[in-house]
Design a protein around this ligand. Sequence first.
Ligand code: G3I
Length: 354
Amino acid sequence: MLGASLYAGAVAGGYVVALDHGPAVEEGSGSLAGIARKHGRVFGTAVGPLIETSPDYGRLVTAECGVVVPEYELKWRHVAPTPATYDFAAVDRRLAFAESNGLGFRGHTLVWHEALPRWFDEIVGTDNAAACLTAHIRTVVGRYAGRIHSWDVVNEAVDPAEPDGLRRTPWRRLIGPDYVRLAYETAAAADPRAKLVYNDYGLVVSATDAKRDATLRLLERLLARGVPVHALGLQCHLQVGTRLDEARVRRFCADIAGLGLEIMVTELDVADRRAPADIDARDGAVAEVYRTFLGCLLEQPATSTVLTWGLSDIHSWLQTYQPRADGLPCRVLPYDQRLRRKPAWNAIAGALAL
Ligand code: G3I
């Protein structure tokens, strides 16, 4: 176990943490939700079965967050086991957790080309795709109407390589480009109170503006037609080693805000597979990415909400989908596997306090 070394996080509020992998020692530290709230923002995280199987983790989420989102259980594949039946049991439990602990609840996601039901290809075709899409949205959004902080209505629809800027998803293929308008208008009719978000990745880390420009054009087209889109969700699945082009990101955020849209950081995490094995060095490198990227995004007043994609290294999709070559467990989130704060926590706290 390495000796203690103070990581003077130089973050607002003078948080200081001991880096001996022991319990963090913050002076005057609050919670990420409390710091966010103090600056007119909301902080949260993605949740799953762990909040039930680990009461300590559930308590930590409640203490640190103001909003939660199901990591996968609200996706079409997981709520619609057959074309004729829905199973909302897991989502109902996640929403009950949120409501009983005074947390907001995000819906993720209604229209995506992944996590489609296993029966999708055999049932859905050009003749019924629009009806299937609207029936799904009405069923799911209608069930939770009035109880949802915001919905990721359409997820990852942009492809700058396509002439119309839209990824050739089953929805684009079966319905045509108008599926996006149809999705948002159906969701707005089913829950007029929910904030409706367009969610995507590769908008902050990309070295070129191609996807940013295509996304901006899509949002401009939708808004010009009066389509009810209220916010852009920036997933922000970042990496150690990714260079931040602050000028490009600032300009993009200003353009989005200029459309009258809110900006939400929806799935923030920092993959550490390119970081050193040494834990102090790795934690510091991960924290630096959180600090610089989140700091840049939160300079924009339209950035209202920040959610990480998990709160503790006990569970991250990155452990499965982007594992380290050396096989060491990933250290990508604000808390370690023993629910102790890491430098990433301080970096996020500092950015939220800007
Ligand atoms: O653990 C359950 C198992 O109990 C169940 O029987 C089985 C039924 O299929 O599912 C298992 O869950 C898996 C889940 O991850 C466990 O975490 C799902 O199979 C698997 O599909 C799911 O993958 C999720 C993936 O989206 C696809 O939905 C990841 O958790 C989730 O982190 C990832 O999140 C996506 C966002 O939705 C969109 N942005 C990118 C992000 C990362 O890929």
